[in-house]
Design a protein around this ligand. Structure first.
Ligand code: PGA
Length: 255
């Protein structure tokens, strides 16, 4: 397990040429640290649009790729969906349960649970996103909501499988809004999530939990120094190579 994971979620942005140009540019920037042992303690991940996974594959030994979404069936009459079998060769991670999938595409916890299973069965590490809405936070329901999501999403998995899952805490009110949770707010929630996962799995373990929601070069270091924050899932600030690289550069000082 890496000490810190810095992940880019590009959502529905960038054409294939733009994706290739970004990864090539980032690879050149990262190669200056090729001999720096700290680089190995940093997991650098990009979740591009699925169509770019194949063209981006093999273009950087420093960067791993992940799929933004998968379907839980292997093949069949599921118009518009992508199965794990189709992308397995080009990706190591699968982003599951992002709040945009939950809200816009009405993905349920039951489907999310199936997607985690599919991803684990295929040997892809799931990156499971959970988070509360603004209404839930204001009604003091943050912890209840997170516990509920974790219990449903992780239902039926033995501890050994839960160990393979990476988590991302993404307060919905902080995504794309410029409003970040304070490092203290995030730490409090990350500690709670760790405890909940330990309860569900019945094992006391260190968990990889990333924070996501308006992370940028100006606030990343403060968030990543917190004890239970093991990385960042970055949307907007990851679309620009300078700002994504700046976050990586700052993270390198922390590993
Ligand atoms: P943001 O997105 O960094 O633009 O807030 C984060 C995410 O949606 O994963």
């Amino acid at each position: 397990m890496k000490d810190l994971i810095i992940a880019a979620n590009w959502k529905m942005n960038k054409t294939i040429p733009e994706c290739i140009s970004f990864i090539s540019d980032l690879d050149i920037r990262l190669s200056q640290w090729e001999l720096n042992p700290k680089l190995k303690k940093l997991g650098i991940l990009i979740f591009p649009p699925a169509i770019s996974l194949h063209p981006m594959n093999g273009r950087s030994k420093f960067i791993s790729l992940g799929c933004q979404n998968i379907y839980f069936e292997e093949s069949g009459a599921y118009t518009g969906e992508i199965s794990v079998k189709m992308i397995r060769e080009y990706t190591e991670y699968a982003l599951i349960g992002h709040s945009e999938r939950r809200e816009i595409f009405k993905e349920t916890d039951k489907e999310i649970n199936k997607k985690i299973k599919t991803s684990l069965d295929a040997g892809l590490a799931p990156l499971l996103c959970i988070g509360e809405t603004l209404d839930e936070r204001e009604a003091d329901k943050t912890f209840d909501r997170l516990a509920e999501q974790l219990r449903s999403d992780l239902s039926g998995f033995p501890p050994i499988e839960i160990e393979k899952i990476i988590f991302a805490y993404e307060p919905v009110w902080a995504i794309g809004t410029g409003r970040t949770a304070t490092p203290e707010q995030a730490q409090e929630v990350h500690a709670f999530i760790t405890e909940e996962i330990n309860k569900i799995s019945g094992r006391e373990n260190k968990r990889m939990i990333l924070y996501g929601g308006s992370v940028k070069p100006e606030n990343s270091k403060e968030l990543l120094t917190k004890k239970d924050i093991n990385g960042a899932l970055i949307g907007g600030a990851s679309l620009n190579v300078e700002s994504f690289f700046a976050i990586i550069e700052k993270s390198l000082e922390l590993v």
